[in-house]
Design a binder for this molecule. Structure first.
Ligand code: ATP
Ligand code: MG
Length: 587
């Protein structure tokens, strides 16, 4: 390809809405153009990268025994009603109606469709296990589309689904996919960490996310991990052993004390001269429009996904102070945030809010608390020396809703946990019968009995993987693509297009490279060398062969973008280096 012909327009500046490196660079280097919020045009350079990522995925999925198919992007409501997700999936599901007023949605993921395909075809145990995958655009009406391709509304995903007859078969396929994923990301030039995670809207019990570890804002997930053993988990799933802390207050009997103007835990601690670890904190949430009280130790935070799972909800937010005051008034209390508790001093609970009963969830760690301090729904006072079983009761739901913090201890080996940030590029789930049961997707077993498939599902964000590669590989000048997913392997730059010798050597090099299966670009533009070098660095060609004045001595300059190393080589040597490198990634 001649540089003058590539469909690309590099920008002088980064786009103003770009917050992270991959978004900035992909836009500036002419890979993507935004169409509307969270929706991008993948221009020819980007499309080449994405096709390479897709092909790596295809090769590894095919080698792992999966078969590719393609399912429709627009899906009928009926299948989603069968699985129960028409109601359960939140606003991310883009719903629409056709001209006959039939309800449809844009596929955010394809469990329902694949399950309907499978139940139609995989009728006997003899056809199992099976693994089917597709690579396709998905649409999720994300609340906050941002970071360019990292969190789009329309994005490309590889989604695979396995069907088997037993948990053992699922375990085996899960491991098979785990290994395939490790190879896929390695080949894309990405180091990943597989971490335990919450299963979210997809469901199921066991799931792991493949994270690209990054210290930048682009890492939207906090990952807790242990250096001493293999424990690692997304913060929405991580658990920990707590360090020793004071959990027994010095107040030997329950009484109400004045605590004027103590609106925060800190103010309350200062006023009573106590550690936060002997306070029972009450937070008010709204989950699917219904009130939920979360009780947790004063020095700890609530992990919202865990709380959501504890009550089986979809949508969660903290209540506004207006809502809290309204709720208080409705239950006959007069209290503002800071003085809220599950009950008053006479054990009268916050029973309801509007139409709804109040659900109370306590974090497991509160069971340790004795003689603690708690709000009693009256302003400017707290109860001290309270105990479960006397001044108040433990609620029905007591489970882990606590956000793990660095420095707490590994649940497996007890050593301190560390925290880092990660970009989730892939996710594998054990679904079990979550879809096959409600959708009556069954096969006939050897004994002639109809049984639901034991399913797994396995996703990779194709567009997100490409963007994560930019996050992992760049410098201030631009992208440093890993060779296997670079749009082109090499750029040949004659310093002066007017110099006949330079041009003839450059053209010969270019042709030789092409003839050897290398994806080469010839920078035939009549531009200053500085401009050409800048563009080459920004676009991120893994190799640059510069043909300049030194060609009179038979030499060219060979630059490796990843390392910045510059070497003086004969043209044939330079070409051979690229040819060899390309051969190596072709396997
Ligand atoms: P996230 O937690 O980041 O919203 P998710 O867990 O909802 O993602 P999955 O349902 O696991 O996503 O989808 C499989 C893969 O698709 C993810 O691992 C990720 O790589 C990719 N993906 C999901 N949402 C997006 C998005 N909005 N933009 C780009 N890629 C995405
Ligand atoms: Mg996920």
């Amino acid at each position: 390809m001649k540089m003058s012909k590539i469909f690309v327009q590099t920008l002088r500046e980064f786009p103003s809405d770009a917050e992270v490196v991959s978004h900035k660079m992909l836009a500036r280097a002419g890979y993507i153009r935004k169409l509307t919020s969270g929706v991008y045009n993948y221009l020819p350079l980007m499309w080449r990268v994405l096709k390479k990522v897709e092909n790596i995925i295809r090769e590894e999925m095919d080698n792992a025994g999966a078969q590719e198919l393609l399912m429709p992007f627009v899906q009928p409501k009926e299948l989603w009603v069968e699985s129960g997700r028409w109601e359960a999936y939140g606003k991310e599901l883009m719903r629409l109606r056709d001209r006959h007023n039939r309800e449809m949605c844009l596929g955010p993921t394809h469990e329902e469709i694949i399950t309907s395909v499978a139940r139609d075809v995989l009728k006997s145990y003899k056809q199992l296990p099976a693994n089917l995958y597709q690579i396709q655009s998905k649409f999720r009406d994300e609340v906050r589309p941002r970071f360019g391709l990292l969190r789009g509304r329309e994005f490309i995903m590889k989604d695979a689904y396995s069907f088997g007859t037993s948990q053992e078969e699922l375990d085996k396929e899960y491991k098979n996919m785990w290994e395939a994923y490790t190879r896929i990301f390695n080949r894309c030039g990405l180091e990943t960490k597989a971490v335990q995670s919450d299963s979210g809207a997809i469901g199921g019990s066991v799931s792991h996310e493949f994270m690209v570890i990054t210290d930048t804002d682009a890492g939207e997930n906090d990952v807790f991990y242990c250096d001493s053993c293999d424990y690692s988990a997304n913060s929405n799933h991580a658990v920990s052993k707590l360090p020793q802390a004071k959990t027994v207050g010095d107040f030997d009997c329950a009484k109400v004390v004045d605590t004027p103007n103590t609106h925060t835990i800190e103010e309350l601690c200062d006023y009573l001269n106590i550690p936060a670890s002997i306070i029972l904190k009450t937070l008010v949430y709204i989950v699917d429009k219904k009130p939920v009280l979360a009780l947790i130790r004063g020095d700890k935070q609530v992990e919202e996904t865990k709380l959501l799972n504890a009550v089986g909800g979809i949508d969660i937010r903290i209540a506004t102070s207006g809502e809290i005051e309204e709720m208080m008034a409705e239950n006959g209390f007069n209290a503002i945030p800071g003085f809220i508790g599950p009950v008053d001093e006479n054990k009268k609970p916050i029973a309801k809010y509007g139409e709804n009963k109040v659900t109370v969830v306590a974090d497991e760690s509160v069971k340790e608390l004795k003689n603690f301090v708690v709000g009693i729904n009256r302003n400017d006072v707290h109860m001290v020396g309270a105990n479960f079983g006397s001044e108040l009761d433990l609620p029905e739901i007591v489970t882990d809703i606590r956000l793990v913090e660095a420095g707490e201890f590994c649940p497996q080996c007890g050593k301190p946990l560390k925290v880092t940030r990660g970009i989730e590029v892939g996710n594998i789930f054990q679904l079990g019968t979550k879809y096959s049961k409600p959708m009556n997707a069954v096969y006939l077993d050897a004994d002639g009995k109809a049984k639901p498939y034991i399913m797994g599902c396995y996703g990779i964000g194709v567009t997100r993987t490409a963007a994560a590669a930019v996050e992992a590989h760049h410098d201030e000048w631009g992208i440093k693509w890993p060779l296997a997913i670079a749009p082109y392997h090499v750029i040949v730059v004659p310093v002066s297009t007017k110099d006949e010798l330079q041009m003839s050597v450059a053209e010969k090099l270019y042709k030789d490279l092409l003839a050897n299966g290398v994806e080469a670009v010839l920078d035939d533009r009549d531009e200053r060398p500085g401009v050409k070098f800048k563009d080459a660095d920004l676009i991120g060609f893994p190799y640059r062969i510069t043909v300049g004045k030194t060609i009179q001595d038979g030499n060219v300059e060979f630059v490796t973008r990843q390392t910045g190393e510059k070497e003086t080589l004969k043209p044939e040597q330079a070409a051979q280096r690229v040819i060899d490198a390309v051969k190596a990634i072709m396997k």
